[in-house]
Design a protein around this ligand. Structure first.
Ligand code: NAD
Length: 269
């Protein structure tokens, strides 16, 4: 029950009814008997500046998770952002400091890595392919570089977007071999679909059948798509004896990062 003394966190996006964070956070708060609650906010873009002003003045609100389509828009309007959020030009979480200042970070990539670690995947020294260089693909690629992969390949239907991400990462991580070139999946220890391909039962695969046939057993194959949980890519990989990581696993593994940044949960939950 929300009462007068309840401390709040929010999640903002539009639409918002599909998000799982309120259920996940509120279940965790209730289980730990904390007087905290998450509310979901469906906000019009025209009202975002007024919303940020309200966050600055909202004294019983600790922070706000940011989802589509506002991750990029809000990154430019906060008082401070982390180095990675600045590089990615995108935030998915905001902390409200007691003086009202708003600080942003992007922990999408950390959530992905947490879930991968649960599959015994340690990024250091590994070779990875990220399909899709939009918001989530960029965040995952950045975190893989921070975690020390030795080789990273980026691919996207928009070659321009993929190249821009390669440029950004090469500047930030000059010692890692980063490119858009590949003609087989054989050398990868991790293959991630970070594009929306496979969403909503479309049956589509994000890579050609020729390429998929070069996937080797043992490669961790991950998808960011949350519905369906087992995407066509994951079903294919499972048939090839590859370990798989689902979109909901990534989303759940990120809760501690989001909550910890807002100061309402420990890092590991
Ligand atoms: P986005 O629009 O910013 O980026 C998607 C990218 O995929 C674009 O660059 C697009 O060109 C590329 N793309 C599309 N089709 C492709 C194809 N066939 N091959 C290669 N690249 C292709 O979107 P986003 O915000 O990065 O979200 C991507 C997906 O991630 C969505 O389905 C979203 O629901 C999901 N998501 C999951 C989590 C999670 O925790 N599991 C978190 C956030 C977003």
């Amino acid at each position: 029950m929300i009462g007068g003394a309840t401390q709040l966190v929010a999640i903002v996006g539009s639409p918002i009814s599909q998000v799982k964070s309120p259920e996940n956070f509120n279940t965790w708060f209730a289980r730990h008997e904390l007087n905290l609650a998450m509310i979901a906010v469906d906000m019009r873009e025209q009202a975002l500046d007024a919303f940020l002003d309200s966050l600055r003045g909202w004294q019983n609100l600790r922070g706000c998770v940011v989802t589509v389509p506002y991750k990029q828009l809000l990154a430019t309007r906060l008082d401070e952002v982390s180095e990675r959020a600045l590089a990615l030009r995108s935030v998915n979480v905001i902390r409200r400091e007691p003086d009202g200042r708003l600080i942003g970070d992007n922990v999408d990539g950390e959530g992905f890595l947490n879930a991968a670690r649960q599959h015994q995947f340690q990024a250091e020294g590994k070779s990875a392919l990220v399909v899709g260089s939009g918001g989530v693909g960029s965040a995952i690629a950045y975190s893989l570089c921070q975690a020390g992969v030795s080789q990273l390949t980026i691919t996207d239907v928009s070659a321009e977007r993929a190249l821009a991400l390669v440029d950004l990462l090469q500047t930030a991580f000059p010692s890692i071999a980063i490119s858009c070139e590949f003609n087989s999946l054989e050398s990868f220890e991790l293959v991630v679909n970070a594009s929306p391909v496979g969403m909503g039962g479309s049956g589509e695969l994000p890579l050609s059948t020729d390429l998929l046939n070069s996937l080797k057993a043992g490669t961790l194959v991950a998808d960011v798509v949350t519905s369906p949980e087992i995407t066509p890519l994951l079903a294919f990989a499972r048939d090839r004896q590859c370990p798989i990581q689902t979109g909901p696993e990534m989303a759940y593994a990120q809760l501690g990062n989001l909550g910890n940044f807002m100061g309402v949960t420990p890092l590991q939950i």
